[in-house]
Design a protein around this ligand. Structure first.
Ligand SMILES: Cc1ncc(COP(=O)(O)O)c(C=O)c1O
Length: 372
């Protein structure tokens, strides 16, 4: 089956770099090379000496060690790096799944989390999140969706676009259920560390007993999407081998500078993520005020983690028209739910960036002129 257009990425490619107020992006505020290196005295000289030949295919040993250190029971050889989490998703879906396999995917979702498997001839069942219940998906519904051919359950928490975070007990119940049935959990954890309250953090799936798969990157919590550095961590040695053999065809290895900078970022995770969480929490405070002011236009489930939220227009439709109007007449980028193949009522806001206050103010002004 042909792979369909990745609607979100096409939308961002068309608009993100041409729009003044990007209020819909999912990454955190980025930083310059200089800012990153200044966190690590002596690294400037290391950068100048960096060799620019092929890097190790599975990722540099020191970077894999730093990544393994993010988890509690993972060794460096249970980590493989990829060119962004995106390549990790492609590699998993292309090597762990066969045509005819059944895959359950939490929905709404980042499109590649279901589209790649669909294009490979897998049967996809969407596990709908329930807005009325704070976007919580229902474990009993998932239990009914499982078939003898179910090979993987794909989840994402903190979640893009809703900002939902599984409570730990629900997450462990889900993993336990999958484990009993021999189903692999593919857990997209790229927004991990961005739980708005520290005690909402749940274990990475690779740290729960079993052979499940954690996906991470430095694009979101670290704001370093330009490094194109992501990874998969799993205890499934057979899968690690297949992922490595896939990467031989896709990109061979990561970019050496990307891995160099990513390793510095991981060494200084505390500082970088604290800065970004500060921005996120401040911006969510502004969204509180914004959605209180505009409660006649939007209903809103306050996010618990990550950088995105998915309010609903009270008119129940028109998200696409509103976003097109905002792009054209106010230079504001917000993402209609249609781009997530969800509906025309929801709009994704992203709140990881420093310029959100100006963008929200402009949006407020535009809505006042339009809706009074
Ligand atoms: C849930 C989710 N997974 C994966 C990705 C891809 O991230 P990367 O930049 O690491 O390829 C994104 C990017 O928006 C995302 O939202």
């Amino acid at each position: 089956m042909p792979i369909r257009e990745f609607r979100l990425e096409r939308f961002m490619a068309e608009h993100e770099f041409r729009t003044s107020y990007v209020l819909g992006a999912s990454d955190c505020e980025t930083m310059s090379v200089q800012e990153l290196l200044s966190l690590d005295p002596g690294s400037e000289n290391d950068l100048l000496r960096l060799r620019l030949g092929y890097a190790e295919p599975a990722g540099s040993p020191s970077l894999r060690e730093a990544i393994a250190g993010l988890y509690s029971g993972v060794s460096p050889d249970e980590v493989i790096t990829f060119n962004g989490a995106s390549e990790g998703i492609m590699a998993f879906m292309s090597t762990a799944l066969q045509p005819g396999d059944h895959v359950i995917v939490q929905f709404p979702a980042y499109q590649s989390l279901y589209e790649i498997a669909r294009s490979r001839g897998c049967d996809i069942t969407l596990w709908q999140m329930d807005e009325e219940k704070g976007w919580s998906p229902d474990l009993e519904v998932l239990q009914e969706q499982v078939r003898p051919t179910t090979k993987a359950i794909v989840v994402n928490s903190p979640h893009n676009p809703t900002g939902y975070q599984f409570p730990e007990s629900d997450f462990l119940a889900l993993v336990g259920f999958a484990e009993e049935r021999g189903i692999t959990i593919f857990s997209d954890e790229v927004y991990r560390l961005l739980e708005h309250r520290a005690d909402d953090r749940i274990p990475a799936v690779v740290d729960v007993p079993g052979a499940h798969v954690s996906l991470g990157d430095v694009s979101k919590a670290y704001g370093l999407a330009g490094l194109r550095t992501g990874w998969i961590a799993t205890h499934d040695r057979d899968l690690l081998g297949r992922l490595a053999r896939y990467k031989d065809y896709s990109t061979i290895c990561n970019s050496a500078p990307g891995e160099f900078f990513a390793e510095i970022a991981l060494r200084h995770q505390g500082k970088i993520v604290a800065r970004n969480l500060d921005i996120v929490r401040r911006n969510v405070g502004l969204l509180d005020d914004f959605f209180t002011t505009w409660s006649s236009l939007f209903s809103w489930v306050r996010p618990r983690g990550g950088t995105t939220t998915f309010p609903r227009l009270s008119t129940g439709a028109g998200a696409s028209a509103l976003c097109t109007d905002l792009l054209g007449s106010a230079g504001i980028l917000l993402i209609p739910g249609t781009v997530f193949e969800h509906d025309d009522a929801h709009i994704r806001f992203g709140y990881g960036r420093l310029d959100m206050p100006e963008g929200l103010e402009r949006l407020d002004g535009h809505l006042r002129a339009r809706f009074g």
